[in-house]
Design a binder for this molecule. Structure first.
Ligand code: HEM
Ligand code: NAG
Ligand code: NAG
Ligand code: NAG
Ligand code: NAG
Ligand code: NAG
Ligand code: NAG
Ligand code: NAG
Ligand code: NAG
Ligand code: NAG
Ligand code: NAG
Ligand code: NAG
Ligand code: NAG
Length: 521
């Protein structure tokens, strides 16, 4: 802890130091978004919770199989393929048969953005799937890069012989022992669908799917039922011997590995390690982040825009719920001249909202978050350069400051600002939307554009990028020293923007502003 002097107070700086965890220095759109998707309650992971049923299997089973099939393109000799979302270009192949593939990709359509690839989303989904069905917590690292085309057709199939399977898993980075365990871990969930494999599921099953184990959840029943001879796994006991791939794999070392997995603790530990390795199997050119733990202090939802003779500055500080009733104060300093007192301008919180957390967060001991939001009125002439917070837990402990690990939360410019209010002011459902930015005058910008990441859909199931151009919008009167530029956006055509990086060149300097989306501008 580094004491820093703020006027007459001596306050400790809080530095996030969870051992081995990724450190968040705002702004960091990748860590920010991954933390939200892993740990906030509204994330897509909620769909799988309670090992929820879908298509008479489970959402979790579909997500885990999708992740394995995506990873199965890895070639350890060349360091290519792996978890890279190439499945988006492959799911129509016979080796990827099954409605769960496109259904899962549909679940994930709105989760990527310019910084978070679909590959990270697929990895997070695999981890969320395992806990959703009662399995172990698996650490997550981010930073995967999405492939732009299909990978090789290297997903193992049931009619292949044992030697082919050993070779496939070797290429994917798993030895024979690990192959046995990883298949058992995967086949803890779900089963084989008659419509997809009529030559394997030869007896009619009312639900259309013959499950691998008698329990729905993530557990080692697939192992114990195999060992005690009660299994109904068609890849073990199916009438067609050619397609008994699980039998060939499980028995390939004289059942030694399967016997070791008969202990539920061993099963969970081995599966956690192997599924983590599966999810972290990425092209050799990709460097993953440190492990992402729930962030203690996270600045979110900031915006700065002109209104009524000043700049409105909105910011939210998300803090992990710990049962204390905190007082949080936001401080800031001007950009030019003198306006704020030496200790900084300050404002009390506008609103504190409590929200729950994802299942994964709860399993990590994070029951919920408090969102402390602020609405500051900033002097137009002197503007704002950086901000920070003082937190008082009101429990007798010393107040402390939260200032981005000592670096302050810095607002690099106020020349090009995203204007959420004018953007929303034009919103009529089903109409053509306008994205609005303000440009500080007198300045004539050139080339005001947004690089927009657009969600995929059933026809084009991967995110695409579009460049949208802004024009001077005379329907907004220049005010408070800003002129307004807008770009139409066609919601009505089913196009869902996921994020924007807006850029403008002014007096030969390029400015940019990051606008994370949430499906709705
Ligand atoms: C030799 C290796 C493997 C073969 C031959 C194989 C084969 C199959 C087959 C034929 C199905 C039925 C799919 C359908 O009916 O549409 C299936 C389902 C499944 N597989 Fe595998 N698999 C293998 C390895 C793995 C691995 C390593 C994992 C994950 C770690 C995995 C996870 C799953 C899951 C979760 C399902 C159930 C999907 C659902 O119910 O929707 N499989 N597998
Ligand atoms: C999961 O099940 C519990 C207990 O039945 C229930 O309270 C909870 O709402 C369920 N969660 C979801 C997301 O369905
Ligand atoms: C991996 O790449 C090497 C070199 O290109 C190739 O010879 C080999 O067949 C590949 N392995 C698989 C399983 O595709
Ligand atoms: C696979 O690797 C593990 C350690 O990573 C080792 O314990 C095991 O004996 C290996 N299995 C084979 C068949 O080489
Ligand atoms: C699920 O099972 C029911 C019978 O229990 C069946 O009518 C239905 O078609 C099955 N759904 C799918 C997607 O296979
Ligand atoms: C058994 O499965 C193999 C591979 O799918 C297939 O070629 C063969 O026709 C099947 N045999 C029977 C009797 O269905
Ligand atoms: C492995 O276990 C299975 C299921 O109990 C059994 O059918 C098989 O004979 C065993 N194989 C060996 C080599 O022990
Ligand atoms: C927290 O403290 C504030 C200000 O002292 C008070 O208005 C509020 O009711 C308290 N909230 C809770 C949940 O105790
Ligand atoms: C913030 O305060 C301004 C007035 O200064 C008000 O117009 C605006 O609606 C407020 N925004 C929010 C999100 O409360
Ligand atoms: C952070 O802001 C405070 C208050 O304005 C200032 O004294 C300090 O020098 C700033 N630190 C950095 C690293 O910019
Ligand atoms: C751009 O240059 C003009 C003319 O010198 C000046 O008035 C304006 O403030 C400059 N704008 C910015 C953002 O630097
Ligand atoms: C305009 O901006 C786009 C996107 O940022 C860029 O690709 C293009 O090169 C720019 N054009 C000019 C003339 O600067
Ligand atoms: C799917 O997305 C593509 C590319 O963004 C778009 O051209 C197409 O109209 C969309 N299709 C549907 C059915 O929304």
């Amino acid at each position: 802890m580094r004491p820093i002097s703020l006027g007459v107070f001596h306050l400790a700086t809080v530095v996030h130091l969870a051992l081995g965890a990724a450190v968040f220095n705002w702004p960091d759109p990748l860590l920010d978004g991954l933390d939200s998707q892993l740990y906030e309650p509204s994330s897509v992971s909620i769909i799988a919770v309670n090992c929820s049923e879908r298509d008479n299997s489970t959402v979790a089973a579909q997500w885990l199989r999708l992740a394995y099939h995506d990873m199965a393109t890895y070639n350890s000799t060349t360091g290519t393929g792996g978890l890279d979302a190439s499945i988006q270009f492959e799911f129509t192949r016979a080796q990827d048969v099954g409605r769960g593939m496109l259904e899962s990709l549909n679940d994930f359509f709105q989760s990527p953005n310019e910084y978070i690839g679909m590959a990270d989303v697929i990895g997070m989904a695999a981890i969320s799937a395992v806990v959703a069905c009662g399995g172990p917590v698996i650490p997550f690292r981010g930073g995967r890069i999405d492939a732009t085309e299909a990978g090789p057709a290297t997903v193992p199939e049931p009619q292949q012989d044992l030697a082919s399977h050993i070779a496939s898993f070797q290429a994917q980075g798993f030895n024979e022992t690990e192959m046995i365990a990883l298949v058992a871990c995967g086949h803890s969930l779900g089963g084989v669908r008659q419509v997809d494999f009529p030559l394997i599921v030869t007896d009619d099953v009312p639900t259309g799917i013959q499950t691998f184990a008698s329990t729905v959840g993530f557990d080692n029943r697939v192992v114990t039922e195999y060992l005690d001879g009660t299994t109904e796994n068609v890849l073990v006991v199916g009438s067609n011997i050619t397609t008994r791939s699980d039998f060939r794999i499980f028995s390939s070392d004289g059942n030694a590995t399967m016997q070791s997995l008969a202990s539920p603790e061993t099963f969970n530990k081995v599966c956690a390690d192997l599924i983590e390795r599966m999810v972290n199997t990425v092209p050799s050119t990709v460097t993953l982040t440190d492990i992402i733990e729930p962030l203690d202090f996270k600045v979110q939802d900031t915006s700065l825009y002109p209104q009524g003779g000043s700049l409105v500055f909105l910011a939210t500080l998300r803090i992990i719920e710990t049962g204390v009733n905190r007082t949080v104060t936001m401080f800031w300093k001007e950009r030019t001249g003198t306006f704020c007192p030496p200790a900084g301008c300050s404002i009390p919180v506008m609103q504190v909202l409590s929200e729950s957390s994802s299942l994964l967060a709860q399993l990590k001991g994070v029951a919920g978050f408090n969102r402390h939001s602020f609405n500051a009125s900033i002097d137009l002439a002197t503007s704002i350069s950086h901000f920070w917070f003082e937190v008082n837990n009101n429990d007798g402990s010393a107040p402390f400051i939260v200032n981005n690990n000592g670096a302050n939360y810095t607002i690099d410019q106020d020349v090009l600002v995203y204007d959420p209010q004018r953007t929303l002011a034009t919103f009529v459902p089903g109409s053509v939307e306008r994205l609005v930015v303000g440009i500080k005058g007198p300045s004539v910008p050139t080339n005001v554009t947004a690089l927009t990441t657009v969600a995929g859909n059933e026809t084009v199931p991967f995110t695409t990028k579009a460049i949208n151009t802004f024009e001077l919008d005379s329907s907004f009167t220049p005010t408070d020293g800003y002129t307004f530029y807008s770009s139409p956006f066609d919601f009505a055509g089913g196009v869902i923007p996921l994020s924007h990086t807006i850029r403008a060149t002014i007096n030969e300097t390029e400015y940019s502003v990051w606008v994370p989306g949430d499906g709705v501008l």
